[in-house]
Design a protein around this ligand. Structure first.
Ligand code: SF4
Length: 325
């Protein structure tokens, strides 16, 4: 189809989602179990140089217990997410995966950053189904500038390896990074088209006051929406999540618009324990973005209903895989 303007892109994105993903949307329950990180990414509040950040690590039992609570609420995917934190050794992560899987029939997604390749293998053998690792930007120079000491090639190789050993693989980018160009975003979309990730997580840049990028403007919501829509068009049946940072950037209806115009079909509510009132301190506060707005399960359900989609009751495995898992 010949896309003339943004409205055409949005109409097409929703049409493509309907054709390839049907009328169901998926909820993945996320446990943010550690906000320690050995990386120093310029855009992230969890970067190791940020000494003002209050850090937490959950113990194994707490993580398993939160994973089980998610399953008991009828959500069939548990996402275990942390900064890159070697405190959680291969053995510890494998135990957590096994303990949740023994108790509940759920899919497990890991989002732990880059690890040793033998770790990936062990996590897969322990029963983890998916691995989410955003590529952040396909501009090599920008990647190295934003992620000191890191190479884009290593990340892309890791994604390839994860796929090779049987993980459903998730990539993703940041829209509106300082120094990013429209061409860079086009390259991200071309990467999505070529790699065809099983899942994609797109989010805006949000300046964190405790990072070197604190005075740069946040990413544009409208531009991000176009990235979502074009990504849906070129990836067809990939699961595409409207990240919680979208809700931070546009709290009123950001995620809903990502569904109504951008062709999203996944939400990933935060399932860490919430305080009973706004005044109470959050015990495990991830805060990679400032004042990050965490959408809970109820709110995620409400967004999906407003988008006139049904909430999927199954594990919502990759639509790119053939046959049963
Ligand atoms: S984006 Fe992830 S890897 Fe980078 S500093 Fe933040 S938590 Fe660490």
């Amino acid at each position: 189809m010949l896309v003339q303007n943004s409205n055409d892109i949005f109409t097409e994105a929703v049409k493509v989602r309907k054709k390839y993903c049907g009328n169901r949307a998926h909820i993945r329950g996320v446990v943010h179990f550690s906000n320690y990180c050995i990386c120093d990414d310029l855009y992230c509040g969890l970067r190791k140089s940020n000494k003002e950040m209050e850090r937490f690590r959950m113990d194994e039992d707490t993580i398993v217990c939160l994973g089980c609570e998610i399953a008991q609420k009828g959500i069939k995917t548990v996402v275990l997410q942390s900064g890159e934190d070697p405190f959680y050794t291969r053995e510890k992560v494998c135990n957590i995966i096994k303990r949740i899987k023994e108790k509940h029939d759920v899919a497990i997604t890991l989002s732990l950053g880059e690890r040793d390749y033998d770790d990936y293998r062990a996590f897969r053998d322990a029963g983890a189904d998916r691995y989410l690792m955003k590529h952040e930007t396909m501009n090599e120079k920008l990647y190295e500038r934003m992620r000191p000491g890191k190479k884009l090639k290593d990340r892309l190789n890791a994604l390839e390896f994860l796929r090779k050993i049987g993980f459903q693989v998730g990539a993703g980018n940041i829209v509106g990074l300082p120094f990013q160009t429209i061409d860079d975003l086009a390259d991200d979309i071309i990467f999505f088209q070529d790699f065809q990730p099983d899942m994609i997580n797109i989010g805006p840049f949000i300046p964190h006051p405790q990072t070197p990028l604190k005075s740069y403007p946040a990413g544009s919501f409208d531009l991000m929406l176009r990235v979502f829509a074009l990504t849906r068009i070129v990836t067809k049946n990939t699961h595409i999540a409207a990240a919680n940072t979208v809700a931070t950037l546009k709290p009123e209806n950001g995620q809903l618009l990502c569904f109504l115009l951008g062709g999203c079909n996944v939400l990933m509510p935060n399932c860490n324990p919430f305080p009973k009132s706004r005044e109470e301190k959050v015990e495990f506060e991830f805060q990679c973005a400032p004042a990050k707005r965490y959408v809970d399960i109820e709110e995620a359900e409400s967004v999906i209903k407003k988008a006139e989609l049904q909430i999927s009751k199954d594990k919502g495995h990759s639509l790119k895989l053939k046959g049963d898992l």
